[in-house]
Design a protein around this ligand. Structure first.
Ligand SMILES: Cc1cc2nc3c(=O)[nH]c(=O)nc-3n(C[C@H](O)[C@H](O)[C@H](O)COP(=O)(O)O)c2cc1C
Length: 156
């Protein structure tokens, strides 16, 4: 299974920590959206798209890439993120713009992963931030299990 991770992580590199775990388990390379040649994405049978959540959505460069990639056939994708605030409905909503764009391009979204990330955006920087230390060791373990499950489910 040829896998690729498309990642944009800038605030505290929180999402990069998660992507590094996925990359190891999936034996995947990590690229930023700007490093991707849209036409080449069809080469990968599994692509993980992830970033921090900024203003209730994935990073703009990831959403722009999703607009640029060509229609794919028989290709699978998963979505991941880190964010300040979590909740089942919130994550689902935060992921919805990227999810819909990828589905429009023909991707089957096989799973989604989210965890908390350290946040010092806006006034929080004066208060020491929130979710200090996240993703933590337990989050990274969940990421590892998530990627292992992906492999198992896609092989069956
Ligand atoms: C400009 C900006 C906007 C953000 N907007 C949100 C948001 O709408 N919802 C949320 O839960 N977290 C929000 N956050 C927190 C980030 O999602 C969180 O810190 C994330 O882990 C950053 O990922 P990164 O370090 O990989 O860039 C925001 C952070 C920044 C810097």
């Amino acid at each position: 299974m040829k896998s690729l991770l498309v990642l944009f992580s800038f605030h505290h590199k929180n999402t990069e920590k998660i992507a590094n775990v996925f990359a190891k388990v999936l034996d995947a390379q990590i690229k930023t959206p700007r490093q991707i040649i849209p036409e080449e994405i069809q080469e990968f049978s599994l692509v993980g798209f992830g970033s921090g959540i900024y203003d209730a959505k994935h990073h703009r460069t990831l959403l722009e890439l999703a607009d640029k990639i060509p229609q794919v056939t028989d290709r699978k994708a998963f979505i991941f993120s880190t964010s300040a605030v979590m909740g089942k409905d919130k994550v689902s909503e935060d992921h919805s713009i990227l999810r819909e764009k990828l589905q429009t391009k023909g991707y089957m979204i096989v799973d989604e992963f989210a965890c908390k990330g350290y946040n010092t955006n806006s006034f929080l920087r004066y208060l020491g931030g929130m979710n200090k230390g996240r993703p933590n060791a337990e989050d990274l373990k969940h990421a590892e299990e998530f990627a292992q499950n992906l492999i198992q489910n896609l092989q069956n």
